[in-house]
Design a protein around this ligand. Structure first.
Ligand code: SF4
Length: 223
């Protein structure tokens, strides 16, 4: 095994162990229902996860199925979503529910292109639905995921918005080499990036990955 392979192996083994002990618990992680997953991902967009849970439950209580949601009025949705802001999501959620109900017989597709055709669904949400609802080997990539991979594996992007960098996304996906499921791997990355490898003041000294982390080595050698 070469250095790169052992670094990848160490990364995933360490993350898996860390996740077993430190994982965050959210209601949308206890389901594989594509409707629940899609709704949660809409609400989580640019919103702190702590605020989302209550709105998620309110929406599901009032609209337990995509059919119910397709019949909701936009003002009902705005009222429910307003505590977490970005109320333009109400219109997107309503349009998506309509499209799924009328164009796809109420079934949320397990096909990437179909999902991408839904209003407000981009790469991140489509990949999240495929992974968390349909157990496909996909990687929803956001700035948190990118940050951890750039730091640990010394990746880089010349794009002003690395989130749109297809080359970088492909490099990250190629590093998904492990012997457990993609759901666990993606949650572990999200939680680790949110709790340890944070944007500001990452907890490098206590980080279980630091021994092989490129960012940590660079910082240590320059100080
Ligand atoms: S050592 Fe620091 S930069 Fe590297 S993965 Fe850990 S928290 Fe992130």
């Amino acid at each position: 095994m070469d250095d790169k392979d052992s670094k990848i192996l160490f990364f995933w083994n360490t993350l898996k162990t860390w996740f077993n002990q430190n994982h965050r618990d959210y209601p949308w992680r206890h389901t594989a229902d594509p409707y629940y997953i899609l709704l949660a991902e809409f609400l989580l967009q640019q919103t702190h996860v702590r605020k989302v849970e209550e709105v998620y439950y309110s929406l599901l209580n009032q609209f337990p199925t995509i059919k119910d949601l397709s019949k909701a009025s936009e003002s009902q949705l705005i009222n429910l979503i307003s505590p977490i802001g970005l109320i333009y999501r109400a219109q997107r959620i309503k349009s998506t529910a309509n499209q799924v109900y009328f164009n796809y017989d109420g079934k949320i597709s397990d096909n990437f292109e179909d999902l991408m055709s839904l209003p407000g669904v981009g790469h991140y949400i489509a990949n999240a639905v495929l992974c968390y609802a349909y157990h496909q080997k996909t990687v929803p990539i956001d700035t948190n995921v990118i940050r951890l991979f750039i730091r640990y594996f010394n990746l880089s992007s010349d794009k002003p918005r690395p989130r749109t960098d297809k080359v970088l996304a492909s490099q990250i996906r190629q590093l998904y080499i492990f012997d457990f499921d993609y759901r666990t791997a993606n949650w572990a990355i999200l939680d680790f990036a949110g709790l340890v490898c944070t944007m500001i003041k990452p907890k490098c000294l206590d980080c279980p990955l630091n021994i092989h982390c490129a960012h940590y080595k660079k910082r240590s050698s320059s100080s």
